[in-house]
Design a protein around this ligand. Sequence first.
Ligand code: PXL
Length: 456
Amino acid sequence: MSITPVVLTIAGSDSGGGAGIEADIKTFATLGVHGTCAITSVTAQNTKGVLSIYDLPPHIISEQINAVCSDMDVKWAKTGMLSSAEIIEIVSKEARSNGLSLVVDPVMAAEAGGDLLRKDAIRVLKEKLLPLSKVITPNIYEARTLSGIDIKSVDDAKKAAKIMAESGVDVVIVTGGHLDASDVVYESASDKFTVIPGKFLEGGTHGSGCTYAASITAFLSKGYSIVEAAMLAKSFVEMSIVSSVKVGHGVGPVNQIGSTLKNAHRYETLHNTISAANILVSCGEFGKLIAEVGCNIAMGIPEACVVADVAGVSGRIVRVRGVPHIAGNVEFGGSNHVARMVLAAMRFDPSIRAAINLRYSEKVLRICRDMGLSISSFDRADEPDHVSTMDWGVTFAIENSCSTALKKVPDIIYDVGGVGKEPMIRLFGKSAEDVARKTVMIAELYSANSDIDLNG
Ligand code: PXL
């Protein structure tokens, strides 16, 4: 068993689940370290702002820190909201006595507004906590308060970092989310600056500062150097912003696990599609259902919105002397036509994530009907100019499949072709394996009922 680092966050709770302790613990879990916490204040908060704050008594904060540190081997800790001089004093004392290496996020205000640090506590923060800190991560407003420099450029951020380092902190990182998106890292021992460029991204930012400091703490606990940790933390925050969730009416919370989940979905989807392709080629009867243009089976990740989010067979499934063969590999972006059909179906029902195209015949349609599958169709003659046929055809067939406002994706959508266009049957389902299993049933019934062969 590998050793999981244990890290501690000493911070406030955000009832809205966006920032504070909640952001820190989600960050730690996503990055594979064990997160522990000492709660300093409870905030009643949502995406629109802070409604009220209740500070916990200092001895309870101290007992939480000692409970964790007396049992677990904690080296790195992170501080967030420390709202009063009294709290800063007790946290400084406990950090010192437990030998903690501190990453201090000098939190002063909430993203959506609301003071989180009393003005009279700033002096104590500078005098008691900063000298103990290994790393501090102020944004430009916090850096201005701590250094007296109004930051309008990277050069101003560098000047401010040097002034803040005079308090005894080893590394100052002025985060640039409110400037040009680049972070300035100042290592005081070597008097070295590193500027880490960034980009502004679409998405909610509530909790981005907490997530940044928590992720630096996690990376430092894993043994990365400070510049490596700062670069990794920056890209982690960027991914969390891109994946932010649309909840509430104010500033949307970042989503630390979004990108990890997307990767997990990609793995599951690829695996399912490979298994489906193998189910198909293990069925000899399936050869009879392969279209002239070949077949493809495709499946999208739950959040699919482009062809690259849909797995399919790069060279299609083809018939060689009557036997089905996988040509190419199952990969994301491997299918174009079937992927577009999947994307169109998912817009109506996100649970219908997979499809296959099959050789058209009246007999196959009849078997599908007898199996109780729902069927709809489109006519290429109705297709407007300058549209993707798959997108338009599937959308048309879904919209015309039932009269209710809530449209259901039919199991089967077919068209009888057009000039130079092969007629085709398309089967939809919740997963590629689901579609493959239904296809095998159709293929077996097709082979078993040669007497009702109309034109297939
Ligand atoms: O992002 C700073 C911050 C820290 N801690 C708590 C917060 C916030 C911002 O909203 O609520 C508890």
